[in-house]
Each structure stands twice: as structure tokens, then as C-alpha cells.
Write a protein that binds this ligand. Structure first.
Ligand code: SF4
Length: 219
């Protein structure tokens, strides 16, 4: 029986025969050349396209024998859509484009993507960076979420929009620049990687209580 082919980023589809692949598109930002390439490949191999919640464009209906050729033609890396790792960093338009934005969510989000996308962890992890409290990147439902405030950034932990939804807890409000946010997120990821537990981060936050977790991370 066929299964996902993790090393090729291929997810077995409902027909139990063909696969979907999702190239890594950091922050969902896609230049016209990349879009054209995706469309050209989709047309050539008669594939369907689907936008994903992780701001990717999935190509659906790929035959197993075409996987290597299609990845070579795309000249892109797979997005971490499966496996126990940092799956996605969802990023809203922030001050780059949005009139409501108060901080540069794209800048911070792309730095997080460069550091963590596909990093292997005890369980899957999603991140979200929003440029204001409206939280269009759904930061409150991410394992690690960041929301811009008028004075800096709010870091949230333990969110999950899965089968057992959980709203993230506020870890800390940071009033300095994004470098401090990166330092704190690095501490969270390192702690989680060394936790020895194979559950989502939210489960650990729940068990410890947010006050103890905060002390553990920020001490
Ligand atoms: S979270 Fe705020 S800055 Fe980001 S897209 Fe939504 S309204 Fe705009």
C-alpha cells in the first residue's frame, strides 16, 4: 500500500495513487516568475493547484514516477508539510503593505523561516507572525505566535488549531526590536528540542502552567 514519501515532500492523495507536493514559499511571498513556473509545471503534468493554510501553493495529482523530474523543473525545495518539524511560519503583510500594521512582520517572519523552517523537533510546530493585534496570521493558534504591539512584540506559546484546539498563552511583551524576539524564540525552541517529550508544545505549557514555563524560559 502506498504511503507519503517524506523525503520527496510527497503526500499521498485520496485516490491512494497520486501525490501532492508543496514547494517552500517563505511567507507566501511569490514573485511572478515563481508563479509562472508553478503554472507551467501544472499545465505540463496536468496537475491541480490548491492554496494551503500555510501560504503555499500545492500541486496535486503528481504521479510517483514524475516526482523527481517535477522537483528538478521547479528548482524549489519542498515545504515542510509533513513530519515532526517546524512546518510553517505564517506571516501577515504587516507594515510592508497593510495600513493597520505597526511592526514589520515580514522581516521578522522571514528571519524565523530562515532559522527554523523544517527543523526537526519532538513534534510538529507551527509559527505565526502578525503585524498588529488583529492577528491575521492567527498567532494565537500557533505553537509559537508573535503579534506586533505599538511598543514592540507580544510572544505567545502553546497554541494549536488541531483536533484539540488550544489558545496560546502570552509569554511576554517585548519592547525592544526583533532581535530580542529572536533570542527568546530561540530559547523556546531549544528548550522544546531538549524536552525529551514527543507532544506538542501546548501540552507541555498546559502541564507546567504558563507561569512556570515563563520562568523556565526567561530565567
Ligand atoms: S494582522 Fe494587522 S498588520 Fe497584519 S494583515 Fe492583519 S490587520 Fe494588517
Amino acid at each position: 500500500m502506498k504511503k507519503d514519501i517524506v523525503e520527496k515532500g510527497a503526500i499521498l492523495q485520496r485516490d491512494r495513487e497520486t501525490y501532492a507536493i508543496a514547494p517552500h514559499i517563505p511567507g507566501g511571498l511569490t514573485d511572478t516568475a515563481t508563479l509562472r513556473k508553478l503554472c507551467d509545471v501544472a499545465d505540463k503534468y496536468r496537475l491541480q493547484l490548491k492554496l494551503t493554510s500555510a501560504q503555499r501553493i500545492m500541486l496535486i495529482g503528481v504521479k510517483e514516477q514524475d516526482l523527481d523530474t517535477i522537483w528538478a523543473e521547479l528548482a524549489q525545495k519542498p515545504g515542510a508539510a509533513i513530519g515532526l518539524c517546524v512546518r510553517s511560519i505564517k506571516i501577515c503583510p504587516g507594515t510592508t503593505y497593510c495600513k493597520r500594521g505597526v511592526q514589520d512582520s515580514i522581516s521578522l517572519g522571514l528571519k524565523l523561516d530562515a532559522r527554523y523552517h523544517a527543523m526537526v523537533l519532538p513534534n510538529k510546530m507551527k509559527m505565526g507572525v502578525s503585524g498588529c493585534m488583529v492577528s491575521c496570521a492567527e498567532s494565537g493558534l500557533k505553537d509559537i505566535g508573535v503579534i506586533a504591539t505599538a511598543k514592540g512584540w507580544r510572544i505567545l506559546v502553546g497554541g494549536n488549531a488541531g483536533a484539540r484546539p488550544r489558545l496560546a498563552d502570552t509569554l511576554i511583551d517585548v519592547t525592544s526590536d526583533e532581535d530580542q524576539v529572536l533570542v527568546i524564540i530561540d530559547k523556546i525552541v531549544t528548550w522544546y528540542r531538549n524536552s525529551g517529550r514527543e507532544v506538542r508544545l501546548g501540552k507541555l505549557v498546559e502541564e507546567m502552567g504558563i507561569d512556570n514555563f515563563r520562568e523556565e524560559i526567561l530565567a
